[in-house]
Every structure is written in C-alpha cells, then in structure tokens.
Design a protein around this ligand. Structure first.
Ligand SMILES: Cc1cc2nc3c(=O)[nH]c(=O)nc-3n(C[C@H](O)[C@H](O)[C@H](O)COP(=O)(O)OP(=O)(O)OC[C@H]3O[C@@H](n4cnc5c(N)ncnc54)[C@H](O)[C@@H]3O)c2cc1C
Length: 291
C-alpha cells in the first residue's frame, strides 16, 4: 500500500529540525532510519502530514565516550555499534544485542535512538537501555532535558518526547572492568522481532558480591520492562545457582505477553524466566565468576 500524502522536509541542523517540529506540532514526525516509520505509513498506521528528515544533520551521527557515558547520536545506525572495535572490547551487552536486532540491512539504516523513540513492545534496544540504565537527552521548547529511560518509556509507541520535540542522543553509563552483560533472544528466524528476549548486566564488587544488576525483558507486555524485584534480590549477594533461579523466577510475575503466531502467552511467560536465567549465567561466566 502507498502511504497517505505527506510533506517532506530535509533538516540540515538541529535548529532547523526543531523549528519544523515546533511549527507543525502533532502533524510532524522525525524521520531517522525510517525502518519502522515508513512501514507504518505504508500500512497507514501512521499518517503524519510532515516528515522532518534528520539524516542530513552531520552533527547527529556520533558514537563516543564522554564524561563516563557512551553517547549515541540521533542518526547513529545500529551497525555503527555492531562494528566499532571499542564496543566489542568493553560493552558485552551492546555487542550481543547489536548483532540480533532485525537483519544486517535494517541495522545499516535503523538508529538506536529511533528504535528507543519508537518504543515497540518487542524492541531490543529498549530492554538494553533499561538494563544499562540509559538516559535520553530530549530537546524541547525550554532547552534540553535528560530523561532516565524508566521515565522515557511511557507506553507502547509512546515516550516522554512531546509534540514538537525530538530526542538528541542516548547516554549509557560506561561499564567498568567488573561489569558484563548478556542478551538472550528467541526469534522464529533470523531478522525477526523477539518472541521473547532478556537483557542482563551485572557489576561485581571486589569481595565477590553483586554491586549492580540490570535486568529487563521485552516482547513480554506493552513495553520493555525492568525486572526490579530480581535486581534488588541480587544486589549485595554472592551469586549462587539458587539465587539466580529465584531472581529469574521474578520475570514471569510481571510479564503479560500476548499470544500470537510466535507462541502462547504461557510459553512466552515461561521464556522470560528461562532467558533471564541464561542471561545471568552468561554475564557471570564473562566475569569469570562461578555461581
Ligand atoms: C524487517 C524488520 C525487522 C525488524 N526487526 C527488529 C528487531 O528484531 N528488533 C527491533 O528492536 N527492531 C526491529 N525492527 C525495527 C528497526 O530496528 C527500526 O530501525 C527501529 O525500530 C526504528 O529506528 P529508525 O531509526 O528506523 O526509526 P524511524 O523508523 O525513522 O522512526 C521510528 C519512530 O521514532 C520516531 N523518532 C525517530 N528518531 C527520533 C528522534 N530523534 N526524536 C524523536 N522521535 C524520533 C519517529 O518519528 C517514528 O515515530 C525491524 C524493522 C524491520 C523493517
């Protein structure tokens, strides 16, 4: 199907993009990689009157470490993370997720910020951002503001970006040498959205106890969700198999997946437990810790 007719503007600076968004309000949408927005327009699930293309904005494409954060600009593609050597060396969760989002063609166009802004119930980057405690930077009429990811993700396809605003970047705390992660995803075939997936990141203290735990599941409800009860159960404890099992058992308690062609609700719910458990074990293995 063809999209409904729309006006298309190319922005060459952040100010220009912002001016268009302010002028057109709810009629306008940011066009980043277009991998979710264009299909939605073709199915007429989205009918924006104006598309503001931010791809010409050169200063939006960056991936750098700054003041303790990995900073990812609004037009930085998934593939840039997948192939950056410094990401492979130190960011095990990002390395794992960036190889399983969609397929290579989509990853060369799709952006991390666009994916988080899209807030698909089965999105891989939203769960990852939760586990890594990311912060989104949003430009609004009163300047820029930082929004912790837990507050940014409001509901399916809805975020803290208001009419006339745009997200500029995502900031992810840099993991130290005692931090490792894992991304566990079940998909029907390569390139598909998750049937169920779990993002896990663990940081250890020198005494062998867990300093910080980040655990999130996706394709398990209206949006990706933090498994807060599992996180707090782990922090301050020495990992044991019983503890990991108990933590993983918290995931199905908050999951409410829909039954669809990928599986029944019961199956997907149980998979949250299985995948969180596998993610915790793999993160510990990468840390050289035996549970
Ligand atoms: C075949 C296929 C398979 C896929 N499989 C997966 C998968 O397995 N896992 C997964 O997570 N995703 C998957 N996707 C989605 C893909 O990763 C998208 O690229 C991503 O969700 C959106 O990123 P984008 O840059 O293309 O955003 P766009 O499509 O350009 O935009 C998406 C939405 O976010 C808004 N937006 C974008 N950038 C901004 C910004 N800076 N500020 C404010 N709003 C903004 C847009 O206005 C739009 O509403 C798949 C897509 C396809 C086509």
């Amino acid at each position: 199907m063809f999209p409904a007719s729309f006006e298309y503007v190319r922005a060459h600076s952040s100010d220009e993009a912002f001016a268009h968004l302010q002028q057109h309000g709810s009629d306008a949408r940011v066009l980043a990689g277009g991998q979710s927005l264009i299909p939605a327009m073709r199915y007429r699930l989205a009918r924006p009157a104006v598309l503001v293309d931010i791809n010409p904005i050169k200063e939006f494409s960056y991936l750098r470490e700054e003041n303790g954060f990995l900073v990812i600009g609004a037009t930085t593609r998934d593939a840039q993370l997948e192939f950056a050597p410094f990401i492979k060396d130190r960011y095990s969760l990002i390395t794992a997720v960036s190889a399983v989002v969609a397929d290579p063609i989509v990853r060369h166009m799709g952006t991390v910020v666009g994916s988080i802004c899209h807030n698909d119930p089965a999105g891989d980057w939203t769960a990852t951002a939760l586990a890594m405690r990311a912060v989104m930077v949003v430009r609004g009429p009163n300047g820029t503001r930082q929004v912790p990811i837990d507050q940014f993700l409001v509901d399916s396809y809805t975020t803290a970006v208001n009419e006339g605003e745009m997200a500029l970047e995502v900031r992810i705390p840099i993991p130290d040498a005692h931090t490792q992660g894992s991304y566990q995803k079940i998909e029907r075939k390569v390139g598909d959205y998750a049937t169920c997936a779990a993002a896990v990141q663990l940081a250890m203290n020198a005494d062998g106890t867990i300093r910080q735990a980040g655990i999130a599941i996706t394709a398990s409800g209206p949006i990706a969700m933090r498994v807060a009860a599992a996180e707090s159960m782990l922090v301050g404890q020495r990992p044991t198999l019983e503890l990991l099992k108990a933590a993983a058992a918290e995931a199905p308690k908050i999951a409410s997946p829909n039954a669809d062609q990928r599986g029944s609700s019961e199956y997907k719910k149980d998979m949250t437990r299985v995948l969180v458990g596998r993610g915790l074990k793999q993160a510990l293995e990468r840390l050289g810790v035996t549970a």
